[in-house]
Design a protein around this ligand. Structure first.
Ligand code: F6P
Length: 525
């Protein structure tokens, strides 16, 4: 059922009209305890949402909407393994992947094999075709089979294993894989072909090039078994590629691609940071799962993030949202969250097949701080658009150099304060701004933001952070009455690309296409 026509939705719309003109300056002036009222602490995390344009009444009304949408019922359906991905008839069980000793036996069995494999690589017991040990791992995958592991491996640079380098290749553009292969030694390189379906064009094209590169030196097909492993749900296809079953780490159709870094897809992570750290990552996510499933609405972190996103999108009219990690190690987090949020919730057809007609996922983007400050923050401050920002910050640096972390933290706090409170003409004047420049020194403020503080970038805290966003996405989908776990919108382009590959490669008639596409085919042939 659509919640847009519900009394809870209408109450929020009326409330939004009433508080739309209120400035964060007033909201803070009215309530000296605003930070205490509008922030949450859980298991080392601090989430401050007092700089969002909400009041306690807003939050109450939003929680009523969550009740009306039966968030608790949907959580239970997901946890019970119901096929809530209804368009594909699949359960959504990524929480089972990180349930520790309570994980299903098939999950524990694959984890045990992954662990054994990591030990062989790290100890040097696993040897390449020439008898040398493996020094470089190349993960070939795209989307969910790339973004999560790539982001986590970068995030946990401080935990990285010595003597092994993990690289990522995703784009079908030869400019991705070719320069990397140019630097590597085929005798000491192992490829991980990561693909849930094992049909993805980019991944298979890169995997075939990698295989040809290996065989050009090895000269014997037997080398493939020593230099290729697969992570997939599709053993028929991994076998057809020539990867032996012993080198294949499986997962299941109930693991969505963008929720899969906890499964066999996490193998490059475990190879990069070691098994103990990989387990800590899973443990952090599991702890957050338990919080999500059991905490009441007013203390529930993922639900709170989701409600704020819904409020900004559907009631205050924001169309984008910025992810701003003040951590260079989290530089790939915005890219990961783009897939997680936009591929999950960038939809207009609801669970009943009806068109929604309201905005769903905001356009997510972002950049590590402080870099973004020197490129696009100008628009945040004076561009005249409302852009909700999520700041993420670490209390303790992962690479402590004297003076660095303090500056990083100060800049993060400076930005969220400047965005919220701005600068009036009087303040600019008092600061000595010459008259003609006064109009340029006015900052309207009232830009909403949240700040999430992690104690440190430990594997455990990163697991918490990622599960937090996964469950936020789930809650939003329930609130919008959409299915977060399919992605039909990517299909049309894939179909057209395979037709166009044939057309670009030959001289067949392109008459079925429009004049623009025909003109471009002619120019590129
Ligand atoms: O781009 C669509 C998509 O299907 C994503 O959902 C998925 O993560 C990615 O392609 C890769 O798919 P696979 O793991 O099957 O290669």
């Amino acid at each position: 059922m659509n919640h847009i026509d519900s009394p809870a939705w209408r109450a929020l719309a009326a409330h939004a009209e009433a508080i739309r003109t209120q400035h964060l300056r007033e909201l803070f002036a009215d309530d000296p305890a605003r930070f205490d009222t509008l922030s949450l602490r859980h298991d080392g995390l601090l989430f401050d949402y007092s700089k969002q344009r909400v009041t306690t009444e807003t939050m109450d009304l939003l929680r009523r909407l969550a009740d009306a949408a039966d968030i608790d019922g949907w959580k239970k359906k997901m946890a019970d393994g119901e096929a809530i991905n209804h368009t594909e008839g699949r359960a959504v069980r990524h929480m089972d992947l990180r349930a520790g000793k309570d994980a299903p036996p098939e999950v524990r069995a694959v984890l045990a094999r992954m662990r054994g494999f990591c030990e062989k690589i790290h100890s040097g017991q696993w040897r390449g075709f020439s008898g040398e040990r493996i020094t470089d791992i190349v993960n070939i995958g795209i989307g969910g089979s790339d973004l999560g592991p790539r982001m986590v491996v970068k995030a946990l640079t401080a935990q990285q294993q010595p003597d092994i380098a993990v690289h990522f290749v995703s784009n079908v553009d030869g400019a991705d894989i070719a320069p990397l292969l140019g630097r590597l030694n085929p005798r000491t390189t192992l490829f991980i072909v990561a693909s849930k379906t094992f049909t993805t064009l980019e991944t298979l094209t890169n995997a075939h090039s990698a295989r040809a590169w290996l065989l050009a030196t090895a000269g014997n097909e037997n080398a493939v078994a020593k230099h290729f492993v697969a992570l997939s749900t599709n053993q028929e296809r991994t076998r057809a590629f020539g990867i032996p079953d012993d080198n294949t780490f499986e997962f299941w159709d109930w693991v969505g691609g963008r929720f899969s870094l906890w499964s066999a897809i996490g193998l490059p992570i475990a190879l990069a940071i070691g098994w103990r750290h990989f387990e800590q990552l899973l443990a952090g996510a599991h702890a957050l799962d338990e919080h999500f499933l059991s905490a009441p609405a007013e203390a529930n972190l993922p639900l709170t993030l989701a409600l704020l996103s819904l409020w900004n999108t559907n009631f205050l009219g924001a169309s984008t949202a910025a992810i701003l990690p003040y951590s260079q190690s989290l530089a790939y987090l915005p890219a990961f969250l783009q897939q997680l949020e936009m591929e999950s919730n960038g939809k207009q057809t609801d669970r009943d097949g009806e068109t929604l007609g309201i905005a769903t996922s905001p356009i997510l983007w972002g950049e590590a701080g402080t870099n973004g400050q020197h490129s696009f923050y100008q628009l945040f401050h004076q561009g005249g658009r409302m852009i909700p920002c999520d700041f993420i910050v670490l209390r303790q640096a992962d690479f402590p150099l004297p003076g660095h972390h303090l500056s990083l933290l100060a800049n993060c706090l400076a930005q969220s304060a400047a965005l919220a409170f701005g600068q009036t003409v009087d303040e600019a004047c008092a600061a000595g701004t010459p008259g003609p420049l006064l109009p340029y020194k006015v900052f309207p403020g009232n830009q909403p933001s949240s700040t999430l503080v992690l104690p440190a970038l430990s594997p455990y805290a990163l697991g918490q952070l990622l599960a937090l966003f996964e469950h936020k996405v789930f809650c939003l989908a329930v609130l919008w009455n959409i299915n977060a776990f399919d992605q039909w919108g990517v299909e049309l382009g894939k179909q057209l690309a395979s037709q166009l590959t044939l057309l670009l490669d030959g001289d067949a008639d392109s008459g079925a296409f429009d004049s623009s596409t025909r003109g471009l085919i002619a120019a590129l042939r």
